[in-house]
Design a protein around this ligand. Structure first.
Ligand code: GTP
Ligand code: MG
Length: 197
């Protein structure tokens, strides 16, 4: 899809406040600081549209972005950031789980994993939750620019193995710095929304 317009629409913390016009949605999920907001900006070629920060816990609400007045991209708060107080963590979790379980216009959850690290139990839990909700899921390995070319295949295989995925399960290497992965990611997003057009 060619991005003609991309605008912040609204932030929400509960389902009454989600957009109601039933456009297809693509959501970006993953632990704090994994690069969700950066990936969204890179896909849209809009630096700074979604707020990013080197400090984990930047995105604290469900943020809806209107793309071409046709679909929504949804930037979610990260999970698993230790320094957030427990009450707030519980609240973000509630918000995220409510969104992912109940949103029937959600066409694809893009799950981001840091290519440098082992996936956490929370990542595995998130994949289980999405599977239970029968939400189509796509895995992306972020910050791939930080890994030497010789190590990347092994790192990605390590992620597959630790999540118990098949050897040929798709994981898209992605870099918000270099733009690697933008094209394959858009191809899959376009496929998911094709029958909505
Ligand atoms: P929360 O909103 O806190 O959950 O974080 P987030 O997942 O939205 O991460 P964000 O996009 O804010 O990025 C976190 C940090 O990682 C920032 O300092 C980014 O500049 C950096 N970062 C994100 N993507 C990449 C990447 O592909 N390569 C490199 N080198 N740095 C990245
Ligand atoms: Mg963010």
């Amino acid at each position: 899809m060619k991005v003609l317009t991309a605008q912040f629409l609204k932030s929400a913390l509960r389902s009454e406040d989600y957009p109601r016009d039933r456009r297809p949605e693509i959501a970006f999920v993953g632990r704090s600081n994994v690069g969700k907001s950066s990936l969204l900006n890179r896909l849209l070629k809009r630096k700074g549209l979604a707020k990013t920060s080197s400090t984990p816990g930047k995105t604290q609400t469900i943020n809806f972005f209107d793309i071409n007045e046709k679909i929504y991209f949804v930037d979610l708060p990260g999970y698993g950031f230790a320094k957030v107080p427990k009450t707030l963590k519980d609240e973000w979790n509630r918000v995220m789980v409510e969104y992912l379980k109940d949103r029937d216009t959600l066409r694809l959850a893009v799950v981001l994993l840091d290519s440098r690290h082992d996936p956490s139990p929370l990542d595995a839990h998130m994949l289980d939750l999405l599977e239970d909700a029968e939400t189509p899921t796509l895995l992306v390995a972020t910050k791939i620019d930080k890994i030497g070319k010789s190590r990347r295949a092994a790192q990605i295989e390590n992620i597959r193995r630790r999540l118990g995925l098949d050897h040929d399960a798709e994981i898209i290497p992605f870099s918000a710095e270099t733009g690697e992965g933008v094209r394959p990611l858009w191809e899959i997003i376009d496929e998911k929304i094709a029958h909505d057009a």
